[in-house]
Design a protein. Structure first.
Length: 573
Protein backbone atom coordinates (compact mmCIF):
# COMPACT_ATOMS: atom_id res chain seq x y z
CA UNK A 1 0.00 0.00 0.00
CA UNK A 2 1.59 3.25 -1.14
CA UNK A 3 1.78 5.75 1.69
CA UNK A 4 -1.55 4.93 3.28
CA UNK A 5 -0.43 7.08 6.20
CA UNK A 6 1.03 10.47 5.62
CA UNK A 7 0.78 13.04 8.36
CA UNK A 8 2.31 16.09 9.90
CA UNK A 9 2.15 17.24 13.49
CA UNK A 10 3.13 20.18 15.63
CA UNK A 11 5.67 18.62 18.06
CA UNK A 12 9.19 18.94 16.62
CA UNK A 13 10.37 15.43 17.23
CA UNK A 14 11.18 12.36 15.17
CA UNK A 15 8.52 9.64 15.13
CA UNK A 16 9.34 5.94 14.82
CA UNK A 17 6.91 3.23 13.78
CA UNK A 18 7.16 -0.51 14.22
CA UNK A 19 4.43 -1.55 11.78
CA UNK A 20 5.36 -2.50 8.22
CA UNK A 21 1.71 -2.37 7.14
CA UNK A 22 1.98 1.31 6.25
CA UNK A 23 4.75 3.48 4.86
CA UNK A 24 4.72 6.73 6.79
CA UNK A 25 6.19 10.18 6.71
CA UNK A 26 5.73 12.71 9.50
CA UNK A 27 6.31 16.44 9.43
CA UNK A 28 6.29 19.28 11.91
CA UNK A 29 4.82 22.76 11.47
CA UNK A 30 8.41 23.95 11.10
CA UNK A 31 8.77 21.62 8.09
CA UNK A 32 5.46 22.78 6.72
CA UNK A 33 6.06 26.53 6.87
CA UNK A 34 9.56 26.16 5.39
CA UNK A 35 8.34 23.91 2.55
CA UNK A 36 5.42 26.24 1.77
CA UNK A 37 7.77 29.22 1.55
CA UNK A 38 10.13 27.28 -0.73
CA UNK A 39 7.29 26.07 -2.97
CA UNK A 40 5.83 29.58 -3.17
CA UNK A 41 9.18 30.98 -4.25
CA UNK A 42 9.48 28.34 -6.97
CA UNK A 43 5.98 29.12 -8.25
CA UNK A 44 6.67 32.84 -8.46
CA UNK A 45 9.97 32.24 -10.23
CA UNK A 46 8.34 29.97 -12.80
CA UNK A 47 5.18 31.98 -13.44
CA UNK A 48 6.39 35.53 -12.92
CA UNK A 49 6.58 38.12 -10.22
CA UNK A 50 2.94 37.78 -9.23
CA UNK A 51 0.25 35.11 -9.15
CA UNK A 52 -2.27 37.36 -7.44
CA UNK A 53 -5.78 36.40 -8.48
CA UNK A 54 -4.58 33.73 -10.94
CA UNK A 55 -6.26 30.31 -10.91
CA UNK A 56 -3.76 27.57 -10.09
CA UNK A 57 -5.15 24.03 -10.42
CA UNK A 58 -3.47 21.04 -8.81
CA UNK A 59 -3.61 17.25 -8.82
CA UNK A 60 -2.23 15.44 -5.79
CA UNK A 61 -2.86 12.43 -3.58
CA UNK A 62 -4.05 12.93 0.00
CA UNK A 63 -0.70 13.68 1.58
CA UNK A 64 1.68 16.23 3.06
CA UNK A 65 2.60 17.22 -0.51
CA UNK A 66 -1.05 18.16 -1.09
CA UNK A 67 -1.01 20.45 1.96
CA UNK A 68 2.20 22.14 0.81
CA UNK A 69 0.73 22.71 -2.67
CA UNK A 70 -2.49 24.15 -1.28
CA UNK A 71 -0.89 26.59 1.14
CA UNK A 72 1.86 27.65 -1.27
CA UNK A 73 -0.84 28.66 -3.79
CA UNK A 74 -2.74 30.58 -1.12
CA UNK A 75 0.52 32.16 0.06
CA UNK A 76 1.06 33.39 -3.51
CA UNK A 77 -2.31 35.22 -3.30
CA UNK A 78 -3.54 32.95 -6.08
CA UNK A 79 -6.81 31.03 -6.29
CA UNK A 80 -6.26 27.37 -5.41
CA UNK A 81 -8.28 24.97 -7.57
CA UNK A 82 -8.08 21.36 -6.33
CA UNK A 83 -8.89 18.67 -8.90
CA UNK A 84 -10.08 15.18 -8.11
CA UNK A 85 -7.74 12.51 -9.58
CA UNK A 86 -10.77 10.22 -9.84
CA UNK A 87 -12.71 12.49 -12.19
CA UNK A 88 -12.88 11.50 -15.88
CA UNK A 89 -10.66 13.51 -18.21
CA UNK A 90 -13.60 15.24 -19.89
CA UNK A 91 -14.79 16.68 -16.56
CA UNK A 92 -11.30 17.81 -15.55
CA UNK A 93 -10.86 19.52 -18.93
CA UNK A 94 -14.16 21.33 -18.46
CA UNK A 95 -13.04 22.61 -15.03
CA UNK A 96 -9.66 23.75 -16.33
CA UNK A 97 -11.19 25.59 -19.27
CA UNK A 98 -14.12 27.04 -17.34
CA UNK A 99 -11.84 28.39 -14.60
CA UNK A 100 -9.23 29.75 -17.00
CA UNK A 101 -6.48 28.14 -14.92
CA UNK A 102 -3.05 29.38 -15.95
CA UNK A 103 -1.06 26.67 -14.19
CA UNK A 104 -1.60 23.01 -13.36
CA UNK A 105 0.55 21.58 -10.59
CA UNK A 106 0.82 17.84 -10.09
CA UNK A 107 2.71 15.40 -7.94
CA UNK A 108 4.91 12.84 -9.68
CA UNK A 109 2.14 10.27 -9.30
CA UNK A 110 -0.18 12.32 -11.53
CA UNK A 111 2.43 13.81 -13.89
CA UNK A 112 1.22 11.76 -16.86
CA UNK A 113 -2.41 12.61 -16.25
CA UNK A 114 -1.63 16.33 -15.97
CA UNK A 115 0.31 16.43 -19.24
CA UNK A 116 -2.34 14.39 -21.02
CA UNK A 117 -5.06 16.78 -19.85
CA UNK A 118 -3.27 19.80 -21.26
CA UNK A 119 -2.09 18.09 -24.46
CA UNK A 120 -5.61 16.95 -25.34
CA UNK A 121 -7.27 20.25 -24.48
CA UNK A 122 -8.57 22.33 -27.36
CA UNK A 123 -7.42 25.42 -25.48
CA UNK A 124 -3.76 25.15 -26.49
CA UNK A 125 -2.81 28.41 -24.81
CA UNK A 126 -2.65 26.93 -21.33
CA UNK A 127 -2.27 25.99 -18.60
CA UNK A 128 1.42 25.59 -17.77
CA UNK A 129 2.13 22.14 -16.31
CA UNK A 130 4.50 22.04 -13.33
CA UNK A 131 5.38 18.66 -11.79
CA UNK A 132 6.27 19.01 -8.13
CA UNK A 133 8.94 16.58 -6.87
CA UNK A 134 8.16 14.54 -3.76
CA UNK A 135 9.26 16.34 -0.63
CA UNK A 136 11.95 14.32 1.09
CA UNK A 137 12.17 16.29 4.33
CA UNK A 138 13.07 14.02 7.21
CA UNK A 139 10.77 14.09 10.20
CA UNK A 140 11.95 16.38 12.95
CA UNK A 141 14.15 18.48 10.68
CA UNK A 142 12.08 21.61 11.33
CA UNK A 143 12.71 22.39 14.97
CA UNK A 144 10.59 25.51 15.02
CA UNK A 145 7.39 26.73 13.50
CA UNK A 146 3.76 26.96 14.50
CA UNK A 147 0.30 27.19 13.04
CA UNK A 148 0.36 30.96 13.55
CA UNK A 149 3.01 31.22 10.84
CA UNK A 150 0.56 29.79 8.30
CA UNK A 151 -1.70 32.80 8.80
CA UNK A 152 1.13 35.22 8.12
CA UNK A 153 2.91 33.45 5.28
CA UNK A 154 1.33 35.60 2.56
CA UNK A 155 2.51 39.14 1.87
CA UNK A 156 -0.20 41.39 3.30
CA UNK A 157 0.70 44.79 1.91
CA UNK A 158 -2.34 44.85 -0.38
CA UNK A 159 -5.89 43.55 -0.51
CA UNK A 160 -6.01 39.81 -1.23
CA UNK A 161 -7.23 38.53 -4.59
CA UNK A 162 -6.64 34.90 -3.71
CA UNK A 163 -8.74 32.17 -2.22
CA UNK A 164 -10.23 28.82 -3.04
CA UNK A 165 -12.29 27.63 -6.00
CA UNK A 166 -14.34 24.45 -5.69
CA UNK A 167 -16.71 23.09 -8.29
CA UNK A 168 -20.24 22.04 -7.45
CA UNK A 169 -21.34 18.48 -8.11
CA UNK A 170 -23.36 19.51 -11.16
CA UNK A 171 -26.38 17.30 -10.32
CA UNK A 172 -28.83 19.61 -12.13
CA UNK A 173 -26.60 21.65 -14.46
CA UNK A 174 -22.95 21.82 -15.49
CA UNK A 175 -20.66 22.19 -12.45
CA UNK A 176 -20.15 25.79 -11.34
CA UNK A 177 -16.92 27.22 -9.97
CA UNK A 178 -17.52 28.56 -6.46
CA UNK A 179 -15.02 31.29 -5.55
CA UNK A 180 -14.37 31.57 -1.82
CA UNK A 181 -12.09 34.56 -1.17
CA UNK A 182 -9.40 34.23 1.47
CA UNK A 183 -11.49 36.35 3.83
CA UNK A 184 -14.33 33.80 3.65
CA UNK A 185 -11.94 30.90 4.31
CA UNK A 186 -10.53 32.68 7.37
CA UNK A 187 -14.05 33.51 8.60
CA UNK A 188 -15.07 29.86 8.23
CA UNK A 189 -11.94 28.84 10.12
CA UNK A 190 -12.59 31.22 13.01
CA UNK A 191 -16.23 30.14 13.21
CA UNK A 192 -15.41 26.41 13.42
CA UNK A 193 -12.51 26.83 15.84
CA UNK A 194 -14.90 28.64 18.18
CA UNK A 195 -17.76 26.16 17.79
CA UNK A 196 -15.90 22.83 17.59
CA UNK A 197 -12.86 23.91 19.62
CA UNK A 198 -10.05 22.63 17.44
CA UNK A 199 -6.75 22.86 19.30
CA UNK A 200 -3.07 21.82 19.05
CA UNK A 201 -4.00 18.82 21.22
CA UNK A 202 -6.33 17.42 18.55
CA UNK A 203 -5.25 14.53 16.35
CA UNK A 204 -7.53 14.19 13.32
CA UNK A 205 -7.79 11.08 11.15
CA UNK A 206 -8.52 12.23 7.59
CA UNK A 207 -10.66 9.80 5.56
CA UNK A 208 -12.23 12.05 2.91
CA UNK A 209 -11.61 13.21 -0.66
CA UNK A 210 -10.02 16.64 -0.88
CA UNK A 211 -11.98 18.36 -3.65
CA UNK A 212 -15.01 18.97 -1.39
CA UNK A 213 -15.47 21.59 1.32
CA UNK A 214 -15.86 18.87 3.98
CA UNK A 215 -12.51 17.19 3.45
CA UNK A 216 -10.58 20.31 2.45
CA UNK A 217 -11.75 23.08 4.79
CA UNK A 218 -13.16 21.21 7.81
CA UNK A 219 -10.44 18.55 7.88
CA UNK A 220 -7.31 20.30 6.53
CA UNK A 221 -7.41 24.10 6.54
CA UNK A 222 -9.17 24.59 9.87
CA UNK A 223 -7.17 22.04 11.91
CA UNK A 224 -3.93 23.23 10.30
CA UNK A 225 -4.62 26.83 11.27
CA UNK A 226 -5.56 25.63 14.76
CA UNK A 227 -2.26 23.75 15.13
CA UNK A 228 -3.84 20.29 15.22
CA UNK A 229 -2.22 17.10 13.93
CA UNK A 230 -3.61 15.55 10.75
CA UNK A 231 -3.14 11.99 9.59
CA UNK A 232 -4.20 11.01 6.07
CA UNK A 233 -5.73 7.62 5.41
CA UNK A 234 -7.23 7.49 1.94
CA UNK A 235 -8.72 5.71 0.07
CA UNK A 236 -11.04 4.49 2.78
CA UNK A 237 -10.59 0.93 4.04
CA UNK A 238 -12.77 0.07 7.07
CA UNK A 239 -10.52 -2.70 8.40
CA UNK A 240 -7.45 -0.48 8.16
CA UNK A 241 -9.28 2.40 9.87
CA UNK A 242 -10.37 0.17 12.76
CA UNK A 243 -6.81 -1.13 13.22
CA UNK A 244 -5.47 2.43 13.20
CA UNK A 245 -8.03 3.60 15.76
CA UNK A 246 -7.35 0.58 17.94
CA UNK A 247 -3.55 0.64 17.72
CA UNK A 248 -2.83 2.97 20.69
CA UNK A 249 -5.02 0.81 22.94
CA UNK A 250 -3.70 -2.62 22.03
CA UNK A 251 -1.41 -4.29 24.54
CA UNK A 252 1.95 -2.54 24.18
CA UNK A 253 4.78 -4.73 22.98
CA UNK A 254 7.34 -2.29 24.33
CA UNK A 255 7.73 -0.38 21.07
CA UNK A 256 6.31 3.13 20.49
CA UNK A 257 2.64 3.20 19.48
CA UNK A 258 0.60 5.55 17.33
CA UNK A 259 -1.07 8.64 18.77
CA UNK A 260 -4.71 8.19 19.67
CA UNK A 261 -7.28 9.84 17.42
CA UNK A 262 -9.31 12.62 19.06
CA UNK A 263 -11.22 13.99 16.06
CA UNK A 264 -13.06 12.13 13.31
CA UNK A 265 -15.29 13.57 10.60
CA UNK A 266 -16.91 11.49 7.86
CA UNK A 267 -20.03 10.98 5.77
CA UNK A 268 -22.82 8.59 6.91
CA UNK A 269 -21.85 5.85 4.45
CA UNK A 270 -18.37 5.62 5.99
CA UNK A 271 -19.81 5.11 9.47
CA UNK A 272 -22.11 2.44 8.01
CA UNK A 273 -19.16 0.63 6.44
CA UNK A 274 -17.14 0.86 9.66
CA UNK A 275 -19.92 -0.73 11.69
CA UNK A 276 -20.50 -3.41 9.06
CA UNK A 277 -16.81 -4.36 9.23
CA UNK A 278 -16.56 -4.30 13.03
CA UNK A 279 -17.86 -7.84 13.79
CA UNK A 280 -15.17 -9.42 11.61
CA UNK A 281 -12.30 -7.81 13.54
CA UNK A 282 -10.18 -9.92 15.93
CA UNK A 283 -11.48 -9.84 19.49
CA UNK A 284 -8.55 -7.81 20.85
CA UNK A 285 -8.90 -5.23 18.07
CA UNK A 286 -12.64 -4.93 18.77
CA UNK A 287 -11.97 -4.26 22.45
CA UNK A 288 -9.29 -1.68 21.68
CA UNK A 289 -11.36 -0.03 18.93
CA UNK A 290 -14.36 0.41 21.23
CA UNK A 291 -12.05 2.06 23.74
CA UNK A 292 -10.64 4.29 20.98
CA UNK A 293 -14.04 5.69 19.95
CA UNK A 294 -15.37 6.13 23.50
CA UNK A 295 -16.16 9.76 24.42
CA UNK A 296 -13.16 10.19 26.74
CA UNK A 297 -10.76 9.32 23.90
CA UNK A 298 -12.50 10.39 20.67
CA UNK A 299 -13.33 13.97 21.60
CA UNK A 300 -15.45 14.71 18.58
CA UNK A 301 -17.09 12.56 15.90
CA UNK A 302 -18.91 14.44 13.16
CA UNK A 303 -21.25 13.27 10.39
CA UNK A 304 -22.06 15.48 7.43
CA UNK A 305 -22.51 16.02 3.68
CA UNK A 306 -25.65 13.85 3.68
CA UNK A 307 -28.53 13.17 6.06
CA UNK A 308 -27.65 10.84 8.95
CA UNK A 309 -30.15 8.00 9.34
CA UNK A 310 -31.30 7.44 12.93
CA UNK A 311 -30.28 3.74 13.01
CA UNK A 312 -26.67 4.63 12.12
CA UNK A 313 -26.56 7.33 14.79
CA UNK A 314 -27.97 4.99 17.44
CA UNK A 315 -25.72 2.09 16.46
CA UNK A 316 -22.58 4.27 16.66
CA UNK A 317 -23.63 5.59 20.08
CA UNK A 318 -24.06 2.04 21.36
CA UNK A 319 -20.80 0.80 19.84
CA UNK A 320 -18.82 3.74 21.25
CA UNK A 321 -20.35 3.57 24.72
CA UNK A 322 -22.11 6.91 24.44
CA UNK A 323 -20.35 8.96 21.74
CA UNK A 324 -23.12 10.77 19.85
CA UNK A 325 -22.40 11.80 16.26
CA UNK A 326 -22.54 15.56 15.76
CA UNK A 327 -24.58 16.64 12.72
CA UNK A 328 -24.11 19.90 10.86
CA UNK A 329 -25.27 21.64 7.71
CA UNK A 330 -23.12 23.24 5.04
CA UNK A 331 -22.43 23.45 1.34
CA UNK A 332 -19.69 24.44 -1.08
CA UNK A 333 -20.89 28.04 -1.33
CA UNK A 334 -20.99 28.73 2.42
CA UNK A 335 -18.77 26.24 4.21
CA UNK A 336 -20.41 25.18 7.46
CA UNK A 337 -23.46 27.25 8.37
CA UNK A 338 -25.44 25.39 11.04
CA UNK A 339 -24.24 22.86 13.61
CA UNK A 340 -25.25 20.91 16.66
CA UNK A 341 -23.18 21.59 19.77
CA UNK A 342 -20.41 19.83 21.65
CA UNK A 343 -22.70 19.12 24.61
CA UNK A 344 -24.32 15.71 23.90
CA UNK A 345 -27.68 17.22 24.89
CA UNK A 346 -27.25 19.58 21.94
CA UNK A 347 -27.05 16.72 19.42
CA UNK A 348 -30.73 16.11 18.78
CA UNK A 349 -31.79 13.36 16.39
CA UNK A 350 -32.78 14.78 13.01
CA UNK A 351 -31.54 18.29 13.77
CA UNK A 352 -28.51 20.17 12.44
CA UNK A 353 -28.55 22.61 15.35
CA UNK A 354 -28.05 26.36 15.35
CA UNK A 355 -26.35 29.01 13.17
CA UNK A 356 -22.59 28.90 13.69
CA UNK A 357 -20.70 31.97 14.95
CA UNK A 358 -20.74 34.85 12.40
CA UNK A 359 -23.46 33.13 10.29
CA UNK A 360 -26.89 34.74 10.01
CA UNK A 361 -29.82 32.49 9.00
CA UNK A 362 -33.42 33.12 8.09
CA UNK A 363 -36.24 30.86 6.90
CA UNK A 364 -38.08 32.22 3.87
CA UNK A 365 -41.67 31.12 3.27
CA UNK A 366 -41.67 30.78 -0.51
CA UNK A 367 -45.48 30.50 -0.67
CA UNK A 368 -46.18 33.69 1.28
CA UNK A 369 -43.04 35.55 0.27
CA UNK A 370 -42.02 36.45 3.81
CA UNK A 371 -39.55 35.60 6.53
CA UNK A 372 -40.70 33.11 9.16
CA UNK A 373 -39.96 35.16 12.26
CA UNK A 374 -39.32 33.85 15.76
CA UNK A 375 -42.61 32.66 17.26
CA UNK A 376 -44.20 32.19 13.83
CA UNK A 377 -42.89 28.66 13.17
CA UNK A 378 -46.44 27.18 13.30
CA UNK A 379 -49.35 28.40 11.16
CA UNK A 380 -52.96 28.92 12.22
CA UNK A 381 -53.82 25.27 11.54
CA UNK A 382 -51.04 24.00 13.83
CA UNK A 383 -48.72 22.90 11.01
CA UNK A 384 -45.04 23.68 11.05
CA UNK A 385 -44.03 26.22 8.45
CA UNK A 386 -41.34 25.08 6.02
CA UNK A 387 -38.97 27.73 4.73
CA UNK A 388 -35.94 28.01 2.48
CA UNK A 389 -32.67 28.43 4.39
CA UNK A 390 -31.10 31.74 3.43
CA UNK A 391 -27.71 32.82 4.75
CA UNK A 392 -25.46 35.83 4.97
CA UNK A 393 -22.24 36.80 6.69
CA UNK A 394 -18.47 36.78 6.12
CA UNK A 395 -18.29 33.01 5.42
CA UNK A 396 -20.37 33.19 2.21
CA UNK A 397 -18.79 32.75 -1.22
CA UNK A 398 -18.31 35.76 -3.51
CA UNK A 399 -19.43 34.49 -6.91
CA UNK A 400 -19.91 31.65 -9.35
CA UNK A 401 -16.82 32.07 -11.50
CA UNK A 402 -17.60 33.63 -14.87
CA UNK A 403 -21.34 33.21 -14.32
CA UNK A 404 -22.85 36.54 -13.20
CA UNK A 405 -26.37 35.39 -14.06
CA UNK A 406 -26.22 32.38 -11.70
CA UNK A 407 -24.60 34.55 -9.03
CA UNK A 408 -27.32 37.20 -9.24
CA UNK A 409 -30.08 34.56 -9.13
CA UNK A 410 -28.59 33.03 -5.98
CA UNK A 411 -28.82 36.16 -3.85
CA UNK A 412 -31.82 38.15 -2.71
CA UNK A 413 -32.16 41.44 -0.82
CA UNK A 414 -34.04 41.98 2.43
CA UNK A 415 -37.80 42.38 2.27
CA UNK A 416 -37.26 46.14 2.29
CA UNK A 417 -34.74 45.69 -0.59
CA UNK A 418 -31.96 47.18 1.51
CA UNK A 419 -28.93 44.88 1.62
CA UNK A 420 -26.33 47.62 1.85
CA UNK A 421 -25.54 47.10 5.52
CA UNK A 422 -25.09 43.37 5.89
CA UNK A 423 -25.18 42.11 2.32
CA UNK A 424 -27.71 40.09 0.37
CA UNK A 425 -29.08 36.72 1.46
CA UNK A 426 -27.80 33.59 -0.27
CA UNK A 427 -30.58 31.25 -1.35
CA UNK A 428 -29.42 27.74 -0.48
CA UNK A 429 -32.30 25.86 -2.11
CA UNK A 430 -32.58 23.75 1.06
CA UNK A 431 -35.65 23.92 3.25
CA UNK A 432 -36.09 23.44 6.99
CA UNK A 433 -38.37 23.87 9.96
CA UNK A 434 -37.33 25.45 13.24
CA UNK A 435 -38.49 24.19 16.60
CA UNK A 436 -37.57 24.44 20.25
CA UNK A 437 -36.30 21.21 21.84
CA UNK A 438 -36.58 20.75 25.58
CA UNK A 439 -33.20 20.23 27.25
CA UNK A 440 -31.24 21.65 24.31
CA UNK A 441 -30.17 25.13 23.30
CA UNK A 442 -29.25 26.44 26.72
CA UNK A 443 -25.86 27.82 25.56
CA UNK A 444 -23.98 24.94 27.20
CA UNK A 445 -22.12 24.46 23.89
CA UNK A 446 -21.49 28.19 23.53
CA UNK A 447 -23.50 31.38 23.21
CA UNK A 448 -24.20 30.60 19.57
CA UNK A 449 -26.01 27.34 20.43
CA UNK A 450 -29.26 28.53 21.96
CA UNK A 451 -32.93 28.80 21.12
CA UNK A 452 -34.91 26.80 18.55
CA UNK A 453 -33.07 24.24 16.43
CA UNK A 454 -33.13 23.73 12.65
CA UNK A 455 -34.40 20.49 11.08
CA UNK A 456 -33.56 20.04 7.38
CA UNK A 457 -36.48 18.86 5.24
CA UNK A 458 -34.53 18.49 2.01
CA UNK A 459 -34.03 20.34 -1.26
CA UNK A 460 -36.69 22.82 -2.29
CA UNK A 461 -36.99 21.21 -5.72
CA UNK A 462 -36.71 17.45 -5.12
CA UNK A 463 -37.21 16.72 -1.42
CA UNK A 464 -40.40 18.64 -0.76
CA UNK A 465 -43.19 16.59 -2.30
CA UNK A 466 -46.52 18.36 -2.76
CA UNK A 467 -49.23 15.72 -2.70
CA UNK A 468 -52.96 16.46 -2.43
CA UNK A 469 -52.32 19.93 -1.07
CA UNK A 470 -49.94 18.65 1.63
CA UNK A 471 -46.16 19.10 1.81
CA UNK A 472 -44.13 15.97 2.57
CA UNK A 473 -40.45 15.94 3.51
CA UNK A 474 -38.69 13.16 1.63
CA UNK A 475 -36.01 13.09 4.33
CA UNK A 476 -38.58 12.45 7.06
CA UNK A 477 -40.01 9.47 5.15
CA UNK A 478 -36.48 8.17 4.46
CA UNK A 479 -35.64 8.40 8.15
CA UNK A 480 -38.66 6.27 9.06
CA UNK A 481 -37.96 3.73 6.31
CA UNK A 482 -34.39 3.32 7.54
CA UNK A 483 -35.64 2.69 11.06
CA UNK A 484 -37.14 -0.57 9.81
CA UNK A 485 -34.63 -3.44 10.26
CA UNK A 486 -35.61 -4.98 6.93
CA UNK A 487 -34.44 -1.93 4.96
CA UNK A 488 -30.75 -1.14 4.44
CA UNK A 489 -31.04 1.87 2.10
CA UNK A 490 -33.85 4.19 1.10
CA UNK A 491 -34.44 7.17 -1.16
CA UNK A 492 -37.82 8.89 -1.38
CA UNK A 493 -38.87 10.90 -4.43
CA UNK A 494 -41.94 12.63 -5.81
CA UNK A 495 -43.47 11.30 -9.02
CA UNK A 496 -46.09 13.12 -11.13
CA UNK A 497 -49.70 12.15 -10.41
CA UNK A 498 -52.85 13.36 -12.16
CA UNK A 499 -54.88 12.82 -9.01
CA UNK A 500 -52.51 14.16 -6.33
CA UNK A 501 -50.16 16.45 -8.26
CA UNK A 502 -47.29 14.37 -6.94
CA UNK A 503 -47.18 11.00 -5.24
CA UNK A 504 -44.63 9.70 -2.74
CA UNK A 505 -42.42 6.92 -4.12
CA UNK A 506 -39.70 4.94 -2.36
CA UNK A 507 -36.61 3.21 -3.72
CA UNK A 508 -35.20 0.72 -1.21
CA UNK A 509 -32.48 -1.88 -0.77
CA UNK A 510 -33.37 -4.75 1.56
CA UNK A 511 -31.19 -5.69 4.48
CA UNK A 512 -29.30 -8.98 4.28
CA UNK A 513 -29.01 -9.04 8.07
CA UNK A 514 -32.78 -9.43 8.33
CA UNK A 515 -33.18 -12.49 6.16
CA UNK A 516 -32.96 -10.53 2.94
CA UNK A 517 -35.71 -8.17 4.08
CA UNK A 518 -38.44 -10.72 3.55
CA UNK A 519 -41.88 -9.21 3.83
CA UNK A 520 -40.87 -5.76 2.61
CA UNK A 521 -41.08 -6.48 -1.13
CA UNK A 522 -44.59 -5.03 -1.56
CA UNK A 523 -45.82 -1.45 -1.20
CA UNK A 524 -48.62 -2.59 1.13
CA UNK A 525 -46.14 -4.22 3.50
CA UNK A 526 -44.12 -1.00 3.66
CA UNK A 527 -47.23 1.10 4.24
CA UNK A 528 -48.39 -1.23 7.04
CA UNK A 529 -44.98 -0.97 8.72
CA UNK A 530 -45.07 2.84 8.59
CA UNK A 531 -48.74 3.61 9.27
CA UNK A 532 -48.17 4.12 13.01
CA UNK A 533 -45.17 6.37 12.31
CA UNK A 534 -46.35 8.65 9.51
CA UNK A 535 -49.55 10.42 8.48
CA UNK A 536 -51.45 8.76 5.64
CA UNK A 537 -50.47 11.37 3.04
CA UNK A 538 -46.76 10.73 3.80
CA UNK A 539 -46.90 6.98 3.16
CA UNK A 540 -45.26 5.83 -0.10
CA UNK A 541 -47.68 5.03 -2.90
CA UNK A 542 -45.13 3.35 -5.14
CA UNK A 543 -42.14 1.13 -4.35
CA UNK A 544 -39.08 -0.09 -6.23
CA UNK A 545 -36.70 -2.63 -4.68
CA UNK A 546 -33.11 -2.55 -5.97
CA UNK A 547 -30.83 -5.58 -5.92
CA UNK A 548 -27.71 -3.44 -5.45
CA UNK A 549 -26.85 -0.25 -3.57
CA UNK A 550 -28.47 3.09 -4.43
CA UNK A 551 -26.00 5.13 -6.55
CA UNK A 552 -24.28 7.89 -4.58
CA UNK A 553 -21.51 10.39 -5.20
CA UNK A 554 -18.21 10.57 -3.27
CA UNK A 555 -19.87 12.39 -0.38
CA UNK A 556 -22.70 9.88 -0.04
CA UNK A 557 -25.38 12.01 -1.71
CA UNK A 558 -28.03 10.65 -4.06
CA UNK A 559 -28.79 12.45 -7.33
CA UNK A 560 -32.55 11.99 -7.14
CA UNK A 561 -33.33 13.30 -10.60
CA UNK A 562 -30.94 10.77 -12.10
CA UNK A 563 -32.33 8.05 -9.80
CA UNK A 564 -35.88 8.74 -11.00
CA UNK A 565 -34.80 8.42 -14.63
CA UNK A 566 -32.89 5.22 -13.91
CA UNK A 567 -35.55 3.50 -11.81
CA UNK A 568 -38.89 4.89 -13.04
CA UNK A 569 -37.98 5.83 -16.61
CA UNK A 570 -37.97 9.12 -18.47
CA UNK A 571 -40.97 10.78 -16.84
CA UNK A 572 -41.69 14.47 -16.38
CA UNK A 573 -40.92 15.58 -12.83
Amino acid sequence: MEEAFDYFSQPAQTRHHSSDFYKRRSFTYGDLTRDIARSREQLLQKYGSSLSGQRVAFLAENSYDYVVMLFSILASDAIALPLSPGFPAVELKYILENSGAGMLLATEKYAGKARELVDQSYNKSGPIVDIRPKILTQAGAGKSGSAEQLRDIRDSDSESKGGLMLYTSGTTNRPKGVFLPLSAILAQTQSLIEAWRYSPQDYLLHLLPLHHIHGLVNAVIVPALAGSSIEFMYPFNPDAVWHRLADPFLQDSGEPRNNKISFLTAVPTLYTRLMAAFPSLPADVQTAAKQAIAPHNLRLNISGSAALPTPIKKAWTELSNGNVLLERYGMTEVGMAISCGLDPNDRVDGSVGWPLPSVEVRLWDTDKGETIKAGEEVDDTGRERVGEIQLRGPTIFREYWGNPKATAESFVADEDNDSSSKGAWFRTGDVAVRRAVEGSGSSSSGEWAKGPMYFIQGRLSVDIIKTGGEKVSALEVERELLSLPQIAEAAVVGLPSERWGQKVAAVIVLSQDSGGGRGMESIMAVRRALRDRLAMHKLPQELKVLAGPIPRNAMGKVNKKALIREVFGDISV
